[in-house]
Structures are given as structure tokens and as C-alpha cells.
Design a protein around this ligand. Structure first.
Ligand code: PMP
Length: 455
């Protein structure tokens, strides 16, 4: 391999600073060798480069390029990379407790973490189950919903992502390739359109209905023609859709959905794996509408971007009434992960993280909003907290999607030093929650320049 160039500490580098168009020669060499060894389905979804180090919101590749990190490891690094205040307690716990299967032998960190989570969660949530990550949390929540109700059908929404294990891939319906070949193997899911203000297949809610077109559709169509509500265990919803492009339901939707769940004894499960821990400007996204779900799935940012950890929080009805559902896996709530999660909660309590998310939101609404006025190829701009999405269209009238254009913009952004996510229906910018607003403005300028270069 070519020898590494001498490097200045990342703290001293300009951000961004692209010295060679990605992939540079060292990245290219590693990626070519990797390609021969690794599963071919592992693509460099975000960018064709190999990471050398990260700090805060900066990523440096092995070629010495420095990028603005506007993906934050799929929104799993809430407080920036290389945080000593999170790393030190995790490392100390790894030294002290080693690895332990917390299903078999609880460490003394388990109870304080469960108590802390419940103390900040919606009030009706009174129990915790442990998970390794978001995927496992969703798998567990599904088992609980079916066990607690004795019913099998679970309703999900188009556009949602829940993971890529067989069950979570088929519960999800973000992109059809994620569940290809699996759907028949994991039955029991029924999907309806997410309350998507930009691309709703419905008109206005009907007079005398629930007040929301999606819930009208559920009641008037699905439950009338196809499914007995007594067969339904409940609904799993991303309270704000993340990977699928910042979709934000209305107040009317939530009230109508709650009423539906109440009427038929359905459990309402919020998948807060991505939206939880501050991403949308409140600790949990359901707080925006005072929704009290029966279950809540957590993961990603819970471990501060330092260690993997997930959880399922539930009401007594959802989790408390049985002990015969095996859940989880060996590394769930590894003591080092519990320490990282506790330190993350400390940081949220100590620092005004949520205040910064609100500042990011305001800067993004203004900055991206002005891009929408400038470029016809932008069909919609959606911002909720530090979830920022730009949806490209061929025509504003028809709203036909423009994935090639989106990819070209993403490529142009990368060449200018910005890493964000173009793998789905919109260009998603998901920075860490402590990213300074000036940096968000800088990112918007790069997007502006990138669009101008391709339209
Ligand atoms: N649920 C949601 C809403 C997610 O966004 C994700 C990951 N993108 C998952 C579940 C799965 O989490 P993980 O990949 O960390 O296991």
C-alpha cells in the first residue's frame, strides 16, 4: 500500500478540506482489496472512502481528506465523535466488569440505567427490557405486542425503516429491496400509507370521520373490508420518519390513532430508535404531541455513539403480565454499554443539547427553505430538529421523483466535503445534535453550490 501522508492533528485541519477527489488512491486501494474479501452487498452507501479518524463533526479519510459529517453514523452519534466524557466511563466499565451476559448475571449498572430511562420516558411506561441494538429492540417489541394481546397482526406504515433482520425487514416498508424474498416468510404485517403531507394518496379527511385521512382509511377501508380489529395486536410507528425522509404526522393523526387503539385494545408502539434521544428537539419524538405509547423501542444514540445498546420500554399491560417470552442476545446491556448510556444521559442533562437541536432546526428551515425558492428541482424541504431532508423531483407539479439528480447532488456535495445520506427517497442530512449552527449554515451553502453545479 502507498505510504500514509504526514498528518496534522484533526483539530488543526480546516473542515472540510478535500485534497484529492474521493476515492483517493489509498481509499481506492483498500476498497478494491475489500471487494474481493467481503460480502459484495456491503456497499459504501454514503461515500466511496475509508475512514482514518473522526472528531466531533469531522471525518478524515485515509487520503487526508476532511469532510463535514452530516450523517453521524446513521444518526447514532448524538454528541459528536471522540467524546472523552462518554469514552472514559465506558472504558472504565469494560475494565472493571468485563463482558457479562446481562440476562444471566446483572451488573450493578443495569438498575440505575433502567431507572434513568423510565424517569425521562412517557409516564405510563413502567418496565424495561434490554436489547443489543435497535433491530433487536423492535424484534422484542413485536413479540411483546403479540404475547400481551394474543393477536398476531401488526400494522406498519409505508416509508418506515425498522431494521434488516427477517422480521424487522418485513415490518419495515421503506424500500422494497429490503424485504425482497422475505415477506412471505414473516407474515402478519399490514402496511398503510404513513401520514405524509407531501405525498399522501388521500384527499382531505372525510366530513364526520376521524379528522385524519390515514385513520379514516384504516377504519373505512381496512377494518371494514379486510381485517377484524380483534385480530390486530397494534401499530408500530416511527413518530417522525427518519431514514425515509423526515415525515412528521399532524396532531389530528395522533389523536385519531390513539382513539383507534383505545377502541380496539391495540397496543401503540413507538419506534424511537432513530428519533429518540433528542434527534427531533425533544428527548423522545412522541413528546411533541403528548402521545403515551404502550411500548417504545430505543437504540442508536442511546449509547452516545460509543457503545451499542438498545431497549424496549413498556407499560404493565405490554410487558408486565408474563415472563415466558425469551428476548434478546448475549451482548445486550453489556456493562460498558450501560456506562456509555448513563454518561450520555448525564450529558443531555448537563448540556443544552436540545437547545442546540432547536437552533439547528431554525437554521435549516431558513437555509434549506431558501434553496427551495431558488431551485425548481426541490419538491419539498422537511426539517424536524436535526432531521433535515431535501426531496428532489423532476417536476413540481407531478412530483415525479428524481433519484439520479439526488445522487448527482450527493456526489457534488461529497466532492465539496459534505457527507450525507442519499440512499433513500430524499437527501437526508442528519448531523450530530451538538453541531454548531454555523456549521449547519456551511453545509447548506455546500448543498446550494452542489445543486447549482448539476442543474
Ligand atoms: N428502527 C429505526 C427507526 C431505525 O432507523 C433503525 C436503524 N436505522 C432501526 C430500527 C434498526 O436499528 P439498528 O440498525 O441500530 O439495529
Amino acid at each position: 500500500m502507498t505510504s500514509a501522508p504526514p498528518r496534522a492533528p484533526l483539530e488543526e485541519r480546516r473542515i472540510p478540506d478535500v485534497v484529492v477527489p474521493p476515492p483517493g488512491p489509498r481509499s481506492r486501494e483498500i476498497l478494491e482489496r475489500q471487494e474481493k474479501l467481503l460480502y459484495p452487498g456491503l456497499s459504501e452507501e454514503l461515500a466511496p472512502l475509508v475512514v482514518h479518524r473522526k472528531l466531533g463533526y469531522a471525518v478524515e479519510d485515509v487520503d487526508g481528506n476532511v469532510f463535514l459529517d452530516m450523517a453521524s453514523a446513521s444518526a447514532s452519534v448524538p454528541l459528536g465523535a471522540g467524546r472523552e466524557d462518554l469514552l472514559a466511563p465506558a472504558i472504565e466499565a469494560l475494565r472493571r466488569y468485563g463482558n457479562e451476559d446481562s440476562h444471566a448475571l446483572p451488573s450493578e449498572l443495569m438498575l440505575p440505567l433502567a431507572e434513568r430511562l423510565l424517569s425521562i420516558a412517557p409516564r405510563n411506561l413502567s418496565r424495561v427490557d434490554i436489547a443489543l441494538n435497535g433491530t433487536e429492540a423492535v424484534e422484542i417489541a413485536l413479540k411483546f405486542m403479540r404475547r400481551a394481546t394474543g393477536r398476531q397482526i401488526v400494522i406498519g406504515f409505508f416509508g418506515q425503516y425498522h431494521g434488516e433482520s427477517t422480521t424487522t425487514a418485513t415490518l419495515g416498508a421503506e424500500r422494497r429491496d429490503i424485504s425482497k424474498g422475505l415477506r412471505q416468510l414473516s407474515p402478519g404485517f399490514l402496511h398503510v400509507p404513513y401520514p405524509n403531507a407531501y405525498r399522501s394518496p388521500f384527499g382531505s379527511p372525510r366530513p364526520g370521520g376521524t379528522g385524519d385521512a390515514t385513520v379514516d382509511y384504516l377504519r373505512d377501508q381496512v377494518l371494514f373490508h379486510a381485517v377484524d380489529p380483534e385480530e390486530v395486536a397494534g401499530v408500530i410507528i416511527e413518530p417522525v420518519v427518519g431514514s425515509g425522509g423526515t415525515l412528521v404526522p399532524s396532531e389530528a393523526f395522533w389523536r385519531a390513532l390513539e382513539e383507534l387503539c383505545r377502541e380496539f385494545g391495540w397496543l401503540l408502539c413507538a419506534d424511537e430508535v432513530k428519533s429518540g434521544f433528542g434527534r427531533t428537539g425533544t428527548m423522545f419524538a412522541v413528546e411533541h404531541w403528548n402521545v403515551e405509547p404502550d411500548l417504545m423501542c430505543l437504540g442508536k444514540a442511546m449509547g452516545g455513539g460509543v457503545m451499542p445498546i438498545g431497549a424496549v420500554l413498556g407499560s404493565e399491560r405490554a410487558i408486565g403480565g408474563f415472563d415466558d417470552v425469551p428476548t434478546g442476545s448475549t451482548w445486550a446491556w453489556l456493562p460498558g454499554s450501560c456506562a456509555a448510556a448513563l454518561a450520555t444521559l448525564d450529558a443531555f442533562e448537563r448540556d443544552d443539547v436540545l437547545g442546540n437541536v432547536k437552533a439547528i432546526e431554525a437554521a435549516a428551515v431558513e437555509g434549506l427553505g431558501s434553496l427551495k425558492e431558488k431551485y425548481d428541482v426541490i419538491g419539498d424541504i422537511r426539517v424536524k430538529g436535526a432531521y433535515l431532508s431535501v426531496e428532489f423531483v423532476k417536476d413540481r407539479e407531478t412530483k415525479e421523483r428524481a433519484p439520479e439528480l439526488q445522487d448527482a447532488v450527493a456526489r457534488a456535495c461529497l466532492e465539496r466535503g459534505l457527507i450525507a445520506d442519499s440512499s433513500t427517497t430524499s437527501y437526508n442530512i442528519q448531523p450530530s445534535l451538538v453541531t454548531p449552527v454555523e456549521v449547519i449554515r456551511q453545509a447548506v451553502e455546500i448543498v446550494d453550490d452542489a445543486i447549482a453545479s448539476v442543474v
